[in-house]
Ligand binder design. Sequence first.
Ligand code: NCD
Length: 310
Amino acid sequence: MRHLMSPMDFTVEELDALMDRAEDIKNHPENYNHACEGKTLATCFYEPSTRTRLSFEAAMINLGGDVLGFASADSSSAAKGESVSDTIRVISSYADICAMRHPKEGAPLVASSRSKIPVINAGDGGHQHPTQTLTDLFTIRSLRGTLDGLTIGLCGDLKFGRTVHSLINALVRYNNIKFILISPPELRVPSYIREDVLCKNNIPFEEVKSLEDAMPSLDILYMTRVQRERFFNEEDYLRMKDFYILDKEKMELAKKDMMVLHPLPRVNEISVEVDDDPRAMYFTQAQYGVYIRMALILTLLEAAKEDKDA
Ligand code: NCD
């Protein structure tokens, strides 16, 4: 049974095939209207979400399938103390594929080990968010034509931001990638990313505090929100929440073809005045998330069928 826990679960060739498929879906959505008829997606979300859950549901609806699920731990039997292992065993008999978000790192992995249907990690604590990464890669490839030779600035909460961890993991496999990691010292990337991913793969990177200084050299600026829910105390959050605010003035320092991405939700880190700048691509990115999730659902359901037929 094939699941998706981390972007590393796909080879670069498999990622390419997935993105080719998403591109075809984007260009010819009408060809996919019935692709998943009779199939059901379960969305099991133990943590808040707008885009990820609804884009999964939109993806399955666009494929002609059905959706069921819950949007918070409070409204599921988790509130009564049920384990994810028990929940997924039951869901396996109600649905054909499951997207799960959980505040505990590794919970979707535990679920996948008990599941009879493909499980997709839709975000586990501060750890990974592979489908956001697929969205990010697809957006960059689709709009820039390549994932090679880019200088990528990751800015904000690089410690708790799971989208950043997954994206670094995925991008180090492309050619001539350079990272500029822009954060307050307290919110630097965890050492398991710095040492085990960046240093180990000899990827050039700098850790800096100033967004202004980094701006002129960037091809992509990936802004992130300070992850309030993962802080141990509110005072630290309040001190750091407005550390970076991308505004028109800072955008003037950037290349003419630089691209601003953000997994969303945005809080204060991108001023709304930037939204009209042609380089602001975060709303397009959210839209592209539906195409890549359609491609992912199709691919995992095909793999599950092959498994069953074998
Ligand atoms: C991200 C997440 O949940 O990690 N949101 C999303 O899925 N688009 C980013 C965030 O919450 O800051």
